[in-house]
Every structure is written in structure tokens, then in C-alpha cells.
Design a protein around this ligand. Structure first.
Ligand code: GSH
Length: 229
């Protein structure tokens, strides 16, 4: 019996796992992919969402019934459990460097998510929003990208000369911002932009299937919130 990974076909947290599994290619992980949340159609099914307190995707269920929510915990667990290339880094130094990028990208995504939540037409009128929060979080998101650019080296991958989970997390974040919300990487972040252009060519980073109506609303987050680079 395989490990089960319930996930969405797109989205910044789900895509971390979609990219990771495409790179790692383990034989014992079954992927159950839902197109997008749809309460009316019971997608994902209530029985799947009930597996964790938040019901957010991704969710992993191991063969003994053990369940993990939270994408970062799932990535770590899969590194411990499945075969394939080591994606935490070969030495303590690279592993530390990998974690450093993971944490900063994770923070960046939190700010991006708040910016989108408070500034995007998606969800407008459904959630309480604050223009000021959108502006502050947009600035913090771009600050994080500038920081990431400064701490990157000239290696092929984010944390060194080997692909790690930091690449999966970075790609999922930047791809979501760029493809779904049309938010670019600042032009001064040359290393980050070059890495993004290179990694985008990998089959694992193929553009996911976005819901086009939502994407049309999402495009132009910069203009919707009056943010200029
Ligand atoms: N911190 C969580 C966030 C997961 C998350 O927010 N997933 C979104 C999709 S990008 C989701 O499932 N949203 C629907 C919901 O929460 O019901 C993680 O890292 O896994």
C-alpha cells in the first residue's frame, strides 16, 4: 500500500509538493489531486478535509494511518521516508543553508498571501480587508525577495550545486506570484530572476492548471493595490 498525498493541482503550498514529487519521483507515494476547492461539489471530499484540523492541502496519510498536514512537515517526512535524491543537502552546512532559504521563502509567502488576501479582487467582500495591510505586506514581500537575492550564491540551485527542497519552495512561491497574480520578481534581484528563469525550464515546474476565472481576477494585483516596483 502506498503513502497517500492529497493535494490541489495548483496553489503556493500544494505546488511545493507537486514540484518536489516530480523531482524526487518516489515509487511509493500515491498522489490524489483535486482541481480546486469547490464546497458545492464536495471537493476535496469532507472525509479528506476532516483528516486534519485545518483541512488545508496538502495532506499526507501514511500506510499506518498516520496523518500530517502542513507542507513543510510533509516535505521533511517524505525526505525521511522515501527513496530518491537527497533533497535536504549533502552536508550540515548545505542543510543549514537550505533551511535558511526555506524559512525566508516561507515568510515571504506569508506576506504575499496577506497582500493578496487584503488587496485582490478575489474574495473581495467575502473577507474583511485592509488596504494598509495590503500595502505593508507587499513591501515586506519584496523586501524578502531582495534579502533572498543577497544571500544567494552563484550556484546552479538555491542553496548550492544540488537541488533541494528550497528550490521546490522557491519555485512554488515565485511561480504563483508571477503566473497567477502577475507579480514579477524585482529587476534588481538578478540572481533570483536568473535562477527562476532556469528552474522554470524543468519539467517539474511546468505551469499548473489554474482556474481561469479566478486567475483573470487575480491578474493585476499590483495595479489593484497601487503597488509599483
Ligand atoms: N501552512 C499550510 C497552508 C496550506 C494552505 O493554505 N493550503 C491552501 C491551498 S494553497 C488550502 O488548502 N486552502 C483551502 C482551505 O484551507 O480550506 C501548509 O503549509 O500546508
Amino acid at each position: 500500500m502506498p503513502i497517500k498525498l492529497y493535494n490541489f493541482a495548483f496553489g503556493p503550498y500544494p505546488q511545493r509538493l507537486n514540484i518536489y514529487l516530480a523531482e524526487k519521483n518516489p515509487t511509493n507515494v500515491e498522489r490524489i489531486i483535486f482541481d480546486e476547492p469547490n464546497e458545492g461539489a464536495d471537493v476535496p471530499p469532507a472525509s479528506v478535509k476532516a483528516l486534519t484540523p485545518t483541512g488545508s492541502m496538502p495532506i499526507l496519510q501514511d500506510t499506518d494511518g498516520m496523518v500530517i498536514g502542513q507542507s513543510l512537515a510533509i516535505l521533511e517526512y517524505l525526505e525521511d521516508k522515501v527513496s530518491g535524491p537527497d533533497m535536504r543537502g549533502a552536508t550540515p552546512a548545505v542543510r543549514a543553508r537550505t533551511r535558511q532559504f526555506v524559512y525566508v521563502f516561507d515568510e515571504a509567502l506569508t506576506f504575499f498571501g496577506l497582500w493578496a488576501r487584503h488587496g485582490s479582487q478575489i474574495g473581495h467582500g467575502v473577507v474583511r480587508t485592509s488596504r494598509e495591510v495590503a500595502e505593508i505586506c507587499a513591501a515586506r514581500y519584496f523586501d524578502h525577495l531582495r534579502l533572498l537575492d543577497r544571500i544567494m550564491g552563484d550556484d546552479a540551485f538555491i542553496a548550492g550545486d544540488q537541488i533541494t527542497i528550497a528550490d521546490c519552495i522557491a519555485m512554488a512561491t515565485l511561480q504563483y506570484a508571477d503566473d497567477f497574480y502577475a507579480v514579477p520578481i524585482p529587476s534588481e534581484c538578478v540572481k533570483l530572476k536568473n535562477w527562476f528563469d532556469r528552474f522554470s525550464m524543468r519539467p517539474s515546474a511546468a505551469q499548473p492548471k489554474y482556474p481561469e476565472i479566478k486567475r483573470a481576477q487575480a491578474m493585476g494585483l499590483m495595479e489593484q493595490t497601487n503597488i509599483a516596483l
